[in-house]
Design a protein around this ligand. Sequence first.
Ligand SMILES: CC(=O)SCCNC(=O)CCNC(=O)[C@H](O)C(C)(C)COP(=O)(O)OP(=O)(O)OC[C@H]1O[C@@H](n2cnc3c(N)ncnc32)[C@H](O)[C@@H]1OP(=O)(O)O
Length: 211
Amino acid sequence: MNSKESRKINLYGASGHAKVILDIISTLDDVEVAYIFDDDTSVTTLLDREVLSPSVHQDKLNEYPLIISVGSNLLREQLVNQLASSSFSKALVHSSAQISKETDILEGSVVMPLAVINASTKIGTHGIINSGAVVEHDCRIGDFVHISPKACICGGVSIGNGTHIGAGATVLPNVKISSNCIIGAGAVILKDVPDGAKVVGNPAKPIKFHL
Ligand SMILES: CC(=O)SCCNC(=O)CCNC(=O)[C@H](O)C(C)(C)COP(=O)(O)OP(=O)(O)OC[C@H]1O[C@@H](n2cnc3c(N)ncnc32)[C@H](O)[C@@H]1OP(=O)(O)O
């Protein structure tokens, strides 16, 4: 039985990512999902839960704070802009994640199982710190950033808005990765990465710009 009173939230996006967010919430005794929404009217259920159309159920959509539960950074940002009159939930953190008390994680962000976020790090809005990712001390992570499973962000790193760090990538201490970059799975980032670059490999090298 819940020991604390639950706060209700809505999820927007009936995706695979949303399934993992439901798992996060299942570990929290003070949060429950009221409704799940998706623009795609052919999607009617997610893990046996009903999925509602936002245009048909506008009243329910506005009833509780939202988490945008889609994995694409760009789509998450577009939805946040589209739903600008809505309120957004404070961050959701899986109970197995290790988070320093000296950390700031802003609204709409989600932290998956076994992630570690160390002291004096700030995570922006609507981000994803995925399963087993490590974000070390004194990092500055922008808005709409996805740090994929098992990526390792060393101390003092900064990452700009909209950047995607691929699974298992490593970013060395004090490196600056700019906005809207894509860092390939398994890449090792030794030096700063400019806006919109796509880099892969060890040591990481650009393959193309995608802005
Ligand atoms: C819960 C979850 O699942 S979270 C999801 C996490 N997702 C990820 O980590 C995915 C990260 N994405 C990648 O690594 C992708 O391969 C990208 C984005 C870096 C590149 O994708 P694309 O732009 O489609 O590049 P494409 O597949 O055409 O490859 C271009 C070249 O880069 C190489 N390449 C692509 N990815 C990598 C990589 N991660 N490491 C090394 N080389 C790579 C390819 O072999 C190819 O080389 P070639 O031209 O010599 O043949």
